[in-house]
Design a binder for this molecule. Structure first.
Ligand code: PRP
Ligand code: URA
Length: 204
């Protein structure tokens, strides 16, 4: 399933990212905020009752099972998004899939993997950009094979073709995006997009 945010606050934050005058620090900060807002829109969590000590004695309240959440970042540009979600869920686990798009073939090449146990867990994949969809589809191939309970993916800007390609290969994943942009140029960059998100986040 593919869903796109309609929230004006999210739209405003995305459009602030398009301004090339913002600093890498501001760019990373907005990615972090957007990840938190997108998660609020798209991630469905069940609540479990736990007994905790309060000022009026031991009482039961409902909490999210954070230990069952795995936030997987597709390096590099997703790192601030992952940080934003791990601030919301301090007991969630983090995973890393490092991929780099070959700039001539546009294929995603995996160069590093570090994942905790995925089976039965609620996976949140973060990556700001979905262009051809190659990186996201490859990440889903790896994670879906490990039998998670659910997969939600959160993105800032993408195009229809990349999102539909990924969804066709992984219809059980919930792909949620802040903004679907117009098209890919000849270099497979999103137009209007953000430019190279990794370079802008890390000033390279
Ligand atoms: C960017 C982006 C995605 C990918 C999207 O990463 O963060 O992972 O491109 O393109 P696709 O949909 O065509 O696969 P990139 O490969 O530039 O690596 P970087 O984050 O290290 O700059
Ligand atoms: N990767 C980016 O960082 N930006 C794009 O527009 C496409 C892929």
């Amino acid at each position: 399933m593919i869903s796109q945010s309609k929230n004006p606050l999210i739209k405003d934050l995305v459009n602030r990212l398009r301004d090339i005058r913002i600093t890498p620090k501001e760019f990373r900060h907005n990615l972090k905020l957007l990840a938190q807002l997108l998660c609020m829109e798209a991630c469905s969590f069940s609540l479990t009752k736990k007994s905790i000590p309060t000022w009026i004695g031991q009482k039961e309240f409902s909490f999210i099972e954070q230990e069952n959440i795995v936030v997987v970042a597709i390096l590099r540009a997703a790192l601030p998004m992952q940080e934003g979600l791990l601030e919301l869920f301090p007991y969630a686990r983090g995973g890393f899939l490092a991929m780099k798009r070959d700039e001539t073939t546009f294929e995603a090449k995996l160069y590093y993997t570090r994942l905790p146990d995925i089976e039965g867990k609620n996976i949140i994949i973060v990556d700001p950009m979905v262009a051809t969809g190659g990186s996201l589809k490859s990440a889903l191939d790896i994670l879906a094979a490990k039998k998670p309970a659910s997969i939600t993916t959160l993105h800032i800007v993408g195009v229809k073709e990349g999102l539909e390609y990924t969804n066709a290969n992984h219809p059980n994943a919930h792909i949620h995006i802040a903004q679907i942009d117009a098209y890919l140029n000849e270099q497979k960059y999103i137009i209007p997009g953000l430019g190279d998100a990794g370079d802008r986040a890390f000033h390279t």
